[in-house]
Design a protein around this ligand. Structure first.
Ligand SMILES: C[S@@+](CC[C@H](N)C(=O)[O-])C[C@H]1O[C@@H](n2cnc3c(N)ncnc32)[C@H](O)[C@@H]1O
Length: 202
């Protein structure tokens, strides 16, 4: 019997649910987050995600902020707790991940998180900042399409912060973003990860 192949970026993960909790400490925050099989980082908050939160600038204190590909919500919830006056959009295609983010945001008292499928974010929303541990494993074409869908929704003064592993193509992604006309700065390179800042070219 073959084991069904599953990916963390499916709308409905094929693997049966097996809920668990993980603890995530970030600065003063001490979060207990629900996770599940079929969701990215289900055994603990990813090293790249931790690095992004540590190395990227803190979120703006107000306005709309996006966590693109929120998984079970560690980035969105930390941003929302650091900036209670901001509106944090937590977006994913994986419905199990979205349910977990909803529950985790509520448990953390992060009322300023709006959990949404990509298509439900109103067209007119423009972001002060985007934070993402993007779904590199979807493949180059879909990843590029995803970034070209969301990066143009930054406000002119806004910036996106991406964490990408070097061996999963961070440097070629940075080159491609530059070719597409974005201003890309490598903020940090550590333990095989790059933190990229992406802005609209001036
Ligand atoms: C590397 S994981 C990061 C998850 C979470 N932010 C974290 O740091 O633990 C990338 C996430 O992007 C989501 N994703 C894949 N394709 C997407 C798309 N087209 N739009 C939004 N999210 C997507 C995946 O389901 C996955 O949860």
């Amino acid at each position: 019997m073959s084991i069904p192949k599953t990916h963390y970026f499916e709308a409905q993960p094929a693997v049966a649910s097996r809920p668990r909790t993980v603890r995530f400490r970030f600065g003063e925050l001490d979060l207990t987050l629900q996770t599940d099989r079929g969701v990215f980082g289900s055994k603990g908050v990813d090293l790249g995600t931790r690095m992004l939160l540590r190395e990227a600038p803190p979120p703006p204190l107000e306005g709309d902020v996006l966590d693109l590909g929120c998984g079970y919500g560690p980035i969105a919830i930390v941003l929302a707790k650091l900036a209670p006056g901001a509106q944090v959009w937590a977006v994913d295609v994986n419905e199990r991940a979205l349910e977990l983010t909803r529950a985790n945001a509520e448990a953390a008292g992060a009322a300023n998180v709006t959990v949404s499928t990509p298509g439900k974010v109103p067209d007119e929303v423009r972001f002060e900042a985007i934070y993402s541990n993007p779904p590199v494993r979807v493949g180059k074409g879909p990843l590029h399409a995803l970034l070209l869908e969301w990066l143009p929704r930054l406000k002119p003064t806004g910036a996106a912060y991406l964490v990408v592993q070097r061996n999963l193509g961070s440097d070629s992604l940075a080159r491609w973003l530059t070719e597409e006309g974005f201003a890309v700065t490598r903020l940090k390179s550590k333990k095989g990860y790059r933190i990229l800042q992406v802005k609209a070219a001036s």
